[in-house]
Design a protein around this ligand. Structure first.
Ligand code: SAH
Length: 239
């Protein structure tokens, strides 16, 4: 699915141009293209282009600005990616939670800010972030490469934006509640007729069957098949 996501990635004072290129590539693979660079040490740069490897359009469209405030001026929601959990407790979420929150605010302008390789985001930067995003890595070795951190966050942003998939690619219209209700009534009648259903204790079995069929999320075609089977085995019809 070719789906562009409206999120902004901000890289603050990046030292290695290679990381900028790799971050651009990480973004583009996830359908995110809005890149803003705050005072990068070297940019544009051949290393950035080499590591972008086909995501040079993201680099070409990247805006370079002097301050974080400028980078996020038009954003409603700003998340700061941090490798360390801070001594001053700051509201912190993991990338999955961050992606869900950002999906809620995608029309308000939502950005994730990443810090410099050596030092990470400083307090001045953090003060501009509504929440921190921390990738829950090995506590003894929690600092990911900048572009790899960008990849993890952008992956979660994409996952949060994909329509829920059942893993089955087919044109299916889920059966309506009324159709499903008729099926269960029919099933109950047939089970009672065959003697499988104990009329003194019908509840548990019927509930379990409902749970089973709800899990399957029947489509209308499947309901028709099941009702056809019920009609065929219905003892009332055989008599
Ligand atoms: N030495 C720095 C790490 C900088 S890594 C420090 O201790 O803060 C460069 C940037 O990648 C970080 O500023 C952050 O934005 C991102 N990053 C790296 N590891 C991360 C993690 N585990 N969770 C969230 N962001 C991370």
């Amino acid at each position: 699915m070719n789906m562009q996501l409206p999120y902004r990635i901000v890289l603050v004072q990046t030292s290695h141009p290679g990381n900028i290129g790799a971050a651009a590539r990480a973004m583009k693979t996830m359908g995110i293209t809005d890149l803003v660079l705050v005072s990068p040490e070297r940019f544009p740069d051949a290393q950035a282009t080499a590591r972008a490897s086909g995501a040079d359009d993201v680099l070409a469209n990247a805006r370079v600005v002097d301050s974080l405030v400028e980078a996020i001026g038009d954003c409603g929601l700003v998340m700061g990616a941090s490798a360390r959990l801070r001594s001053l407790p700051w509201p912190t979420v993991d990338p999955r939670q961050a992606a869900a929150i950002m999906a809620d605010h995608r029309d308000d302008g939502a950005a994730v800010v990443f810090g410099p390789e050596q030092s990470g985001l400083d307090n001045e930067h953090l003060a501009r972030c509504h929440q921190l995003v921390h990738i829950p890595a090995n506590p003894d070795y929690s600092s990911l490469n900048l572009a790899q951190a960008v990849q993890v966050v952008c992956y979660e942003l994409r996952m949060a934006s994909l329509p829920l998939s059942t893993g089955v690619e087919r044109e299916r219209r889920l059966a309506s509640a009324t159709e499903v209700e008729r099926f269960h009534t029919h099933l109950e009648e047939v089970l009672a007729e065959t003697g499988f259903l104990n009329p003194d204790h019908p509840k548990q079995l019927l509930l379990r069957l409902r749970r089973l069929f709800n899990r399957a999320q029947l489509d209308d075609n499947e309901v028709n098949i099941l009702r056809g089977i019920l009609s065929t085995v219905d003892p009332r019809r055989r008599r």
